[in-house]
Design a protein around this ligand. Structure first.
Ligand SMILES: [Zn+2]
Length: 166
């Protein structure tokens, strides 16, 4: 159970990035997005789910996604990252926490996220056990600068707040 001094909201941050790869399916926030390029990675390379998983584990002080789902484990190859997020949820829940609210920022020159935003919010909300209104998903370009600007890949930053289960 959370200690007395944890009886308030806890905050966690997560960051993830993946390289674009021609011919891979693109999945973000558990939603398949039509695109000529997908993301390279051991699992399905869903950067939103990975950043969020780290934010949630971080808020609870329970390590990170790499410890929980090592690349060296063949079971994680091609894995649906919504399962990883659900795994992190189970872990924080046994530690006595619920997710309160999350905020996600994708930094990418492509694809456009707006048409898929509501679907992503709904999928994440269902996995996190909260209302869509408590799941914010935003997209930002990098103004053409650096590796993101050259469309080599995308990055995601996520923040999550947790509250003790009463
Ligand atoms: Zn990742």
């Amino acid at each position: 159970m959370p200690r007395d001094q944890d009886a308030h909201v806890r905050v966690g941050i997560g960051y993830d990035s993946h390289r674009f790869l021609q011919g891979r399916p693109l999945k973000l926030g558990g939603v398949s997005i039509p695109s000529e390029v997908g993301l390279d990675g051991h699992s399905d390379a869903d950067a939103i789910c990975h950043a969020l998983t780290d934010a949630i584990l971080g808020a609870a002080g329970l390590g990170d996604i790499g410890e929980m789902f090592p690349d060296s484990d063949p079971a994680n190859k091609g894995r649906d990252s919504i399962e990883m997020l659900a795994g992190a949820m189970a872990r924080i829940s046994s530690a006595g926490y619920n997710v309160n609210q999350v905020d996600v920022c994708i930094i990418a020159e492509m694809p456009r996220l707006t048409p898929h935003r509501e679907k992503i919010r709904a999928r994440l909300a269902a996995t996190l056990g909260i209302d869509s209104a408590s799941v914010s998903v935003k997209g930002k370009s990098n103004e053409g600068m650096g590796w993101i600007g050259r469309k080599e890949g995308l990055a995601c930053i996520a923040v999550a707040t947790l509250k003790p289960i009463r």
